[in-house]
Design a protein around this ligand. Sequence first.
Ligand code: SAM
Ligand code: SF4
Length: 458
Amino acid sequence: MQIPAELVQKYNRPGPRYTSYPPAPHFRAGFSPKQVVALLQADNQRPDPEPLSLYVHLPFCHTLCYYCGCHMIVTHRPEKIARYLDYLTREIALVSQWVAPGRPVVQLHWGGGTPTYLSPDQIVALMKALRQHFDFAPDAEIGIEADPRRLTRAHLEAAREAGFNRISFGVQDLDPAVQQAINRVQPYEQVATVTRWARELGFESISYDLIYGLPYQHLTQFERTIRQVIALGPDRISLFSYAHVPWKKKHQRLIREEWLPRPAEKLQLFLRAVELLTTEGGYRYIGMDHFARPDDPLSRALDEGTLQRNFQGYSTHGGTELYAFGISAISQLRHAYVQNVLKLSEYYAALDNGQVPVGKGYVLTPEDQLRRYVIMSLMCHFRLSIPEVEQRFGIDFERHFADALAQLREMEDDGLVACTTQSISVTETGRFFVRNVAMAFDAYLSTTADRPLYSQTV
Ligand SMILES: C[S@@+](CC[C@H](N)C(=O)[O-])C[C@H]1O[C@@H](n2cnc3c(N)ncnc32)[C@H](O)[C@@H]1O
Ligand code: SF4
């Protein structure tokens, strides 16, 4: 698969990734714990609440990767991690009391930071707490993010024992010079070993995170990284664009600007990686940085129009409601988003008072709900049925979205979308630009000057 470079240049502008709509910068402070409880109760008192997804944020890491944009804390103090796990368990117990009995959990994800920085025993104990308070569906997708460095086979055995069936490894780049510059040295052999262990232990899906645009990345070396990745054969690959935001993440100043590839070089890295993954690698591009093998359930869900999307990216499972635990974690309720506080001290203080540790939140208006439906349909199914939207929301689509449809015309000329009176379809090439398509329906972009809040596509 080849994407025309001029299209990437043309559409490469800052925009949200639409893991939520409205995007997180629009969440508001001043949400009270009482309000959160009322929302949770209302959602769970519906006659037939849909299955649930869960997310657990484990922020701790052993060392700092200079590029890191995640909400993480570097620590070498085991008691700090033990204390957090204690409070996390309290939060899980607190929230679970409002969940409708028997409501099944179909998806659970542990992200970070580095969830595998926990000891094998801590992994098993935390999962036990989750299972005590929630009912897991037998075929639930249970995933963990793992850092290949310092990962032992005992960690992976513990994760399997706890019921994890998918794992994603932070790989980023396999070139020694790049690894030095980002303070993350993990030789190819180490990645190969943990991948082999994960296979032997029966993880159903193994995924790699890669980043392009890192310091000292050059085309030839990056090609080698991609070919090494193809040889190791993960089921899925996330290919992220390096977001360099030193004004927000101060430690990124440790990466000097002159070490970074220039925009044109970064674009070449991206285009070449896509080409290699989809030709030599045989991967399919799913959407928004995600690649999967053709026989992977994600590929099948793409064909069947059943892909889902939430804060963890694309999945085959997972309803739209997600309860998230730990600092900074974002829950997606039926008509609201709730983000936990960012600081450990605030998190502990709230839970000591027996309150949910809410920091920010947002309740969707009916107009937000409509636009969220349109945007998520485009992001997940790459197709929107206009009569279905009209029926569901009681609107005249063409009148309601006249501005958006006008914006889509240029994308139609560029071959990114196909519009009829009945539907909007995102083309195969258009899937690379799906966030530009979605942006046409985002009411917040046109009313605020907040585009620099977001990173560019490439
Ligand atoms: C929480 S980490 C994954 C687990 C573990 N901490 C690790 O690094 O191996 C999530 C992923 O986000 C990506 N990431 C982190 N900072 C980024 C940035 N500034 N730009 C793009 N991707 C980034 C990396 O690919 C990383 O693997
Ligand atoms: S990339 Fe992963 S291991 Fe590195 S600092 Fe960020 S969260 Fe921690």
